[in-house]
Design a protein around this ligand. Sequence first.
Ligand code: NDP
Ligand code: 8X3
Length: 266
Amino acid sequence: SKRFEGKTVLITGASSGIGRSTAFEFARSCPKNLKLVLTARRIDSLKQVASEINKEVGDGVRVLPVQLDVSKADEVRNFVGQLPDEFKEVDVLVNNAGLVKGVAKAPEIAEEDVDVMFATNVTGLINMTQAILPSMLKRNNGDGSGDIINIGSIAGREPYIGGSIYCATKAAVRSFTESLRKELIAKRIRVIAIDPGQVETEFSLVRFGGNKSKADAVYAGCEPLTPDDIAETIVFAAGRRENVVIADTLIFPNHQAAATIMHRKS
Ligand code: NDP
Ligand code: 8X3
């Protein structure tokens, strides 16, 4: 979209899955004069994504891979100050980094799993938003510049057994997103919620500590969404004219009707 020309888009969790696809989708949508700041913990994967993007769309997209663990408040605090000047003014923030650990029920959930899910999905997202907002607000004179796109989940709308903490983190994202939209209304900053259903990424692999057969079983008999499907939705929302806010979305694959209602082909 021409609407992204000259803009800077920052994506958290861009080393894999939805974040990675979103980076490609922005680049394809605006191959001339776009800046992408890609962050995650795995810097080598980010560098790989950056080089693949430039190979596909050319050098009109400038990609900056930056190692950042959103669960570390001090890293997030120092992050913007350390960006090169030409990448400092972020126009679109995609708060995508997130994870789930395990399927334990509440009495058995390990304390460190609780901590890492909240620190990443909730506090990390809030801290990133606080880090980026000041420069958005400084440039903004109520004319609709600046988008904050938060990746929630069906899990934030519909808590399920074995997901109490993850679901609570995504409900927190949903609640924070809605408050933020109200708080920023006079600034015309668009606050956008993207809530995917089942998407096949590294999500389940992370959930099951790298156990591929357990991860694959999640998608048995189903045709999950691809990360590109969600990336297209994110870039569509960001690409609307400034007076249009795709405030709230819920995206399912065809076989899914609720968090745990999947029609499986045997
Ligand atoms: P992936 O596991 O494929 O990607 C997750 C991304 O988050 C990775 O790039 C990972 O990078 C990054 N990440 C994790 N922890 C941190 C951290 N502490 N700091 C920085 N980056 C981090 O999963 P998805 O693409 O599926 O997940 C993306 C988002 O989508 C998450 O918020 C997830 O909750 C949400 N979601 C996923 C659904 C699904 O079914 N897959 C459905 C609904 C929502 P690295 O490891 O390099 O740090
Ligand atoms: C990921 C989708 O419902 O499997 O957010 O937890 S779910």
